[in-house]
Design a protein around this ligand. Structure first.
Ligand SMILES: [Zn+2]
Length: 268
């Protein structure tokens, strides 16, 4: 399997449009125009609804027509459920700053949000979405079941990309990403990115993800530009859809959430 690099812009929506453009400017010298995925939030924090027929919706359609892969990325992006245990509450808050929207949702709520978001985006872009990726890469058990029933082609977390329909894992390996929230997290993501530039072997489904908040921190912008350039030199830019033709890496249905919650590094 030839190596490739999958690049994504997270949290795309009307309230992050300026930051999205800035991220495109940072990425495109290395990726080429429109050679990345966008993770689109239908109504970020309930304050930034995507409205059919709006200028933002037209841009989304245009990006999609030019080759950007459009993923549904939650609905509100905010975790507004009450978690069962104190430990789960603590983890959800501490690990994600309250952004793990699909961690604690019941099946029906998860299904309805996925279906409505999918239908809205597909109406706007005029084609199927590339898949569903939960905010903060966090999936509760009911969200995993709902995702399979909604017919999404692909999903991913920090460590793998898989087909929700049967749990087939189509790519493994950590996603390189940056955290802008605190100086400590910034420093650790800079270190991880530097290590990736130096050490990450070329393989199929290498992933790099950026967030709107990254553009507010100049040293993160520098690191992103350097890292995407280094990795794009190592492997050609690919598309998530390419993974659908990949021979199975593993057919174990992953216990995604348990693993995810034991990791220490996160971003949204
Ligand atoms: Zn996000």
């Amino acid at each position: 399997m030839p190596p490739n690099l999958l690049v994504s812009i997270h949290d795309v929506g009307p309230s992050s449009e300026g930051a999205t453009d800035r991220l495109r400017d940072i990425l495109e010298p290395a990726t080429g125009e429109y050679r990345y995925a966008m993770l689109v939030v239908p109504n970020h924090w309930g304050r930034a609804p995507i409205v059919a027929g709006s200028p933002f919706a037209s841009r989304l359609r245009d990006w999609s027509d030019r080759g950007v892969e459009i993923f549904l990325h939650g609905c509100y992006h905010r975790d507004d459920t009450s978690h069962d245990s104190a430990a789960a509450r603590w983890k959800a808050k501490r690990m994600t700053a309250g952004e793990g929207e699909f961690l604690g949702l019941d099946y029906q709520t998860a299904f309805n949000r996925m279906r409505d978001g999918r239908d809205m985006l597909q109406d706007i872009i005029g084609k199927p979405v590339a898949g569903f990726i939960a905010p903060a890469w966090l999936y509760g058990p009911d969200a995993l079941a709902a995702m399979a029933d909604c017919g999404f082609a692909l999903a991913e977390d920090h460590f793998r990309v898989w087909k929700p329909s049967d749990g087939t894992i189509v790519a493994r390996g950590p996603v390189i990403t940056w955290a802008s929230r605190t100086r400590m997290r910034q420093a650790s993501s800079l270190a991880v990115a530097a290590a990736a530039r130096a050490l990450m072997p070329a393989r199929r489904g290498m992933r790099l993800a950026v967030h709107p908040g990254d553009v507010t921190v100049p040293r993160l912008v520098d690191s992103i530009a350097k890292t995407v350039r280094a990795l794009a030199n190592r492997a050609p830019i690919g598309r998530y859809a390419d993974l659908l033709g990949t021979p199975t890496v593993s057919n174990a249905v992953p216990e995604i959430n348990r693993n995810r919650l034991s990791s220490t590094e996160t971003s949204n």
